[in-house]
Design a protein around this ligand. Structure first.
Ligand SMILES: [Zn+2]
Length: 340
């Protein structure tokens, strides 16, 4: 069976339940051997009429969805795979409203699906970026959300008291800090929400993610002033910006502007609690976009995302913060979250 090359071909292929099932099996178990998600063994029989397996070791049945982001979902594989295709390939992301209309589900089902797909898109490779003999790594942080800049001073102070936030300068009030590290040679980004912009936090991530001895460029020395112990650290000197054209963080700045544009344009309102997942989504598309050396296409990105659905689960309770700490908002998933 051919893997579809376009969204149209994917819709045609996956609308047939048997073909959708075969495709899902093929992408989930890329090696070709179906193994039980509970015990990992391949001792089972297949009940063709019901498209389920019976594991002789566990004495239990399993479907292609068990142990994946799709587990317990009443929605069909056709809808799941089209949603995956769209999120993996739409450069500006896709909102739960758009997806709901496209595949015919309720908006909050689409919202939940998209978050589970982002879980599958999460980067799980732990190799270090950088190379002591190679090109540079950029590190930069940005702030997302909050409209404190335009807020009246008294309102700002009041909000600050209510939230008990640390004052880091008016501009950052109510915003979420995000740090990114970009390997220019590999064209790979790692990104995450950080609790603060203290030196230990900023430098800690670089120590964890970048090989010692690599060139690291930052746009300011503040917070990064001890990097020279382990790395070749240079920072953008705004006064001499054009003297050394290599020392800049433009790669990350472009990434931030695309990310912020998508948050404003496509997603409109995102809670800080969920921000990491939107970052995972953007990083997935960035790290897997077509380059001269690596000409990936829509089909490749879809298969990659599908191959990562197993071993990752996200329950509604986890997603809405009921079982974890409760930064959540009671309006989660209704599209009425705190505006970003
Ligand atoms: Zn088993």
């Amino acid at each position: 069976m051919d893997t579809p090359r376009t969204l149209q071909a994917a819709i045609a292929q996956f609308s047939d339940p048997q073909r959708a099932f075969e495709a899902a099996v093929r992408f989930r178990w890329l090696g070709g051997e179906v193994t039980c998600p509970r015990c990992g063994k391949a001792k089972h029989s297949f009940i063709k009429t019901r498209r389920i397996w019976f594991c002789y070791v566990c004495k239990k049945q399993f479907t292609v969805k068990v142990g994946t982001i799709m587990e317990d979902s009443p929605l069909g594989l056709d809808k799941w795979m089209i949603a995956l295709w769209m999120l993996a390939n739409c450069k500006n992301g896709i909102s739960s409203y758009e997806l709901a209309k496209a595949i015919g589900v309720r908006q909050n089902s689409a919202w939940f699906m998209l978050h589970r797909i982002r879980e599958a898109m999460k980067n799980k490779s732990w190799f270090k970026l950088g190379d002591p003999d190679g090109g540079a790594v950029e590190a930069d942080e940005t702030y997302i959300g909050g409209k404190a800049v335009n807020m009246h001073k008294s309102h700002k102070l009041k909000l600050q008291q209510i939230r008990g936030e640390e004052r880091r300068g008016d501009v950052y009030l109510g915003k979420t800090a995000v740090q990114g590290i970009l390997d220019r040679d590999l064209r790979q980004i790692r990104c995450k929400v950080i609790p603060n912009v203290k030196r230990e936090t900023l430098q800690g991530e670089i120590l964890k993610q970048v090989r010692y001895g690599s060139k690291v460029y930052t746009d300011s020395a503040i917070g990064y002033d001890l990097l020279h112990n382990r790395f070749v650290h240079e920072c953008v000197n705004h006064a001499e910006r054009y003297v050394n054209g290599q020392v800049h963080t433009n790669g990350l700045e472009n990434f931030w502007s695309l990310f912020k544009r998508n948050l404003r344009g496509t997603y409109v309102s995102v809670e800080p609690f969920h921000l990491d997942r939107y970052l995972d989504e953007q990083v997935f598309r960035f790290n897997n976009r077509a380059t001269k050396d690596n000409p990936l296409n829509d089909s490749d990105r879809f298969i990659l995302a599908m191959s990562q659905v197993a071993g990752r689960r996200l329950t509604y309770a986890q997603l809405t913060g009921k079982q974890v700490d409760s930064l959540h908002h009671s309006a989660a998933g209704t599209g009425q979250e705190e505006p970003f």
